[in-house]
Design a binder for this molecule. Structure first.
Ligand SMILES: Nc1ncnc2c1ncn2[C@@H]1O[C@H](COP(=O)(O)OP(=O)(O)O)[C@@H](O)[C@H]1O
Ligand SMILES: [Mg+2]
Ligand SMILES: [Zn+2]
Length: 508
């Protein structure tokens, strides 16, 4: 006797087709599994044996061999419990599947199905590879139902499957998910941030051109408060972006099974205690790091100088590339990580250097050493660097409603629309991604703007890198103004966003 069941495996975000073949021959009852199964898959043997006995399903009465094909690909995870069980059930005559049926899912000892991670990636793969009906744990059904091209069946236990195939009852296809447009926005709003006009303007420019930001200021100045609100002024996440981000969150097991799609741009705050594996991903079976969980959103690095220097350095390449590739003995995985990095820091160990309201108790050397913890190459990747001073008491106490996130978001969206038209047909999505060979073409200045930049370049002893960065940010300021040429005031704003370099790091 012989049976064959379709399934899907997953490594990182890469789903692949797996065929589970079962045969039974004469001899002592035994159960063998071949085809590069990893330890977790080997363990499913014991579970499946127990379940079959528990349900009094007689399928293991001879020498049973299960093969997972292709044998060249390592099978990792617990999602093969269900397809292996289905192969045994089919061999025993309890079910009879069709060519377009596929199965994924973990089974617990009592025969109930448990959810698995990474279902969206597997369901997309299924749809692209001829699967018509996907059977998986009921808790995963909503997530898979996002994929419109397949019918999804949520299954609670194995007996339901037997009932369904023999009597055609008990299971019905999950209605396709269509909740993407149902608003679920609970962003904190900029209306709650009193005063801080300069900082708000800086993050508006950053959001408009997708520039990274560093905020420097004493504790309590409102840096975290401002950072948290940045997703609320970014363009609404698109369906395609949501699918990308949801796949990563699904692999990490952090989605809400009842409302599986990520419907807002992620905001991931990481503390300096995070390891580099926590930041960029890793592990024996490489899982995504914070920078990938923030894909299409914001990665917030609070207390930047407290981060391990090595961890910060490992962020550099992914920030540049928009993706992280992790190689392990088990294989190589690439996770996307297109993020806006927002960093915050105190100016010195006590936090009050430069604070008009409190006295700094650090020595000049302590202040210098603190600032030097952030390397030049990391600073170079942050286009906008601003000082955040504590809000004045009068501004805080009058509690007048400030401009709402929605109003700022409208201006940001207009500037993004201009960029989308300008960069159509290229892989540039925002001004922060302009390459140096494009600069002279897309950053045309008026003569007096050019004059101003030239003077700043000479008097400040600006580096070529800083020059490019200022032009990119000035491009965004001009786009916010709806101006094609870059004007003088756009240049002066962009220069002001680099003032920390001079004041705190003696460089530009
Ligand atoms: N501009 C402001 N408007 C309203 N509340 C503010 C403002 N600045 C600070 N606060 C209050 O102070 C708290 C501390 O701010 P926080 O963002 O944590 O500061 P930081 O991150 O700079 O240390 C905030 O949660 C908020 O209640
Ligand atoms: Mg803070
Ligand atoms: Zn200090």
């Amino acid at each position: 006797m012989f049976s064959k069941i379709n399934s899907i495996g997953l490594f990182g975000l890469n789903a692949f087709s797996v065929t589970v073949e079962a045969t039974i021959g004469a001899g002592q009852p035994s159960f063998e599994m071949v085809g590069l199964p990893d330890a977790a898959v080997q363990e499913s043997k014991a579970r499946i044996r127990a379940v079959m006995e528990h349900l009094c399903l007689k399928v293991l009465s001879g020498h049973v061999t299960v093969n997972l094909a292709p044998a060249s690909v390592r099978k990792i995870g617990s999602m093969f419990d269900l397809p292996i069980s289905a192969a045994l059930l089919e061999m025993g005559g309890y079910i009879s599947t069709s060519d377009g049926d596929a199965f994924i899912g973990e089974i617990s000892l009592d025969g109930k199905l448990s959810p698995v991670n990474g279902v969206l990636s597997m369901a997309i793969h299924a749809a692209n590879n001829g699967v018509k009906r996907l059977f998986l744990p009921a808790a995963n059904a909503r997530e898979a139902s996002v994929v419109k091209e397949i019918e999804v069946y949520g299954v609670d236990n194995l007996m339901q499957l037997v009932d369904f195939y023999i009597y055609g009852r008990g299971l019905s296809p999950e209605p396709h998910y269509n909740g993407f447009d149902v608003a679920k926005t609970h962003y904190a709003d900029f209306a709650e941030v009193m005063g801080q006009f300069a900082a708000k303007r800086a993050v508006e420019v950053a959001a408009a051109g997708s520039h990274n930001v560093l905020m420097l200021g004493p504790p309590g100045a409102g840096k975290s408060m401002i950072a948290k609100r940045i997703p609320s002024i970014l363009p609404k996440i698109t369906f395609e972006e949501s699918i990308e981000t949801t796949q990563i969150h699904s692999v990490a097991g952090i989605i809400d099974p009842r409302d599986p799609l990520v419907k807002e741009r992620p905001f991931r705050a990481v503390s300096h205690t995070a390891s580099s594996v926590g930041l960029i991903g890793g592990g024996t079976i490489p899982h995504p790091g914070e920078i990938s969980l923030a894909h299409n959103g914001v990665l917030f690095l609070d207390e930047l100088p407290e981060f391990d220097r090595k961890s910060l350095e490992t962020l550099r390449q992914p920030m540049e590339d928009g993706s992280v590739t992790i190689s392990r003995a088990s294989g190589t995985v690439t996770y996307p990580c297109s993020v806006m990095v927002i960093a915050a820091m105190n100016p010195c160990p006590c936090g009050n250097y430069g604070n008009p309201l409190k006295k700094c108790t650090c020595t000049q050397n302590q202040v210098k050493a603190y600032l030097r913890k952030i390397s030049g190459p990391v600073l170079d990747r942050i286009d906008i660097q601003i000082e955040v001073k504590p809000v004045k008491f009068e501004e805080l106490s009058n509690r007048k409603p400030q401009e709402s996130s929605a109003a700022i978001a409208e201006r940001v969206q207009k500037a993004r629309d201009i960029q989308a038209r300008r960069y159509r047909g290229t892989n540039i999505r925002a001004n922060s991604m302009i390459t140096s060979d494009m600069i002279s073409e897309v950053c045309q200045m008026t003569p007096d703007a050019e004059d101003m930049l030239k003077r700043a370049f000479n008097t400040l002893g600006m580096s070529a890198r800083a020059y490019d960065r200022i032009l990119k940010v000035a491009r965004t300021c001009a786009d916010l103004d709806g101006s094609e040429p870059i004007l003088k005031n756009h240049i002066s704003q962009a220069i002001s966003f680099r003032s920390l370099d001079r004041k705190y790091w003696d460089r530009i």
